[in-house]
Design a protein around this ligand. Structure first.
Ligand code: GDP
Length: 230
């Protein structure tokens, strides 16, 4: 049984992500998908949003997502298993969208693959839609979110690069983004504000993932209980 999804426990998230993570495979056709035998968490966003940095920071592996950025792999859906070969979950690094330099036909080919994956994947627990905190929601983000709404794929907005904003500008950006997300039926009401530079929000994001999986089955015993009073 999964934990209560509304109780976010950063300590549980940190425990989960300390269990180890490894590259599983990159796919360029749906036939190559791994078995849908565990919860999956996909990461999407415009090119340059900070997706590789976030995946590296989340997993504590400075080179993990580099594999996704190597030529030839950028068009693939890259799967990482956490913690091991048989149990746990998959993190999925989706190709960046809205990349002006990609040839039109190629851009359409991978967006087709990505959307077919998102619409048909029974084990997909949540999509994290990464948004650069400096820029907020752009038309390409809203279009992607509308695609997810139509397909009833639940997703959550993650702001990246929050260290680039002052506290007040960030508070404004969060309020504005949350307000606009309310118009999207499949958007989760909570937003996670992160920075891969300061690590802000990283444990919280791990906690969001931990809240959707069966941690006890992975051996998590929970935080030690405080001693009884008196
Ligand atoms: P991707 O194309 O979405 O995978 O983005 P990358 O992770 O490669 O990051 C794009 C650029 O943004 C790089 O120059 C990163 O160093 C920078 N970047 C990524 N995350 C952060 C962050 O949290 N804070 C700051 N200041 N820069 C970041």
């Amino acid at each position: 049984m999964a934990a209560d999804q509304d109780i976010i426990d950063p300590a549980a998230g940190n425990w989960l992500f300390a269990q180890g993570c490894a590259f599983e495979r990159g796919i360029s056709a749906l036939e190559q998908l791994p078995n849908a035998d565990r919860p999956e968490f996909a990461f999407a966003g415009r090119s340059n949003v900070g997706k590789s940095s976030l995946l590296n920071t989340l997993t504590g592996r400075s080179n993990l997502a580099r594999v996704s950025n190597t030529p030839g792999r950028t068009q693939q859906l890259n799967f990482f298993r956490l913690p091991d070969a048989k149990t746990g979950l998959f993190l999925v690094d989706l190709p960046g969208y809205g990349f002006a330099k990609a040839p039109k036909t190629e851009a359409r080919r991978w967006s087709d693959l990505t959307l077919r994956y998102l619409r048909g994947r029974s084990s997909l627990a949540r999509v994290f839609v990464l948004i650069d905190a400096r820029h907020g929601l752009k038309p390409a983000d809203e279009a992607f979110m509308s695609d997810l709404d139509e397909s009833a794929v639940s997703y959550q907005i993650v702001l990246t690069k929050t260290d680039k904003l002052s506290e007040s500008a960030l508070a404004e950006r969060i309020a504005e983004t949350q307000g606009r997300a309310r118009a999207h039926v499949a958007a989760h009401p909570r937003l996670v504000a992160t920075s891969s530079v300061t690590n802000a929000g990283i444990s919280l994001l791990r906690g969001e993932i931990a809240a959707l999986i069966d941690l006890a089955a992975l051996g998590y015993k929970g935080a030690p209980k405080p001693p009884p009073e008196g």
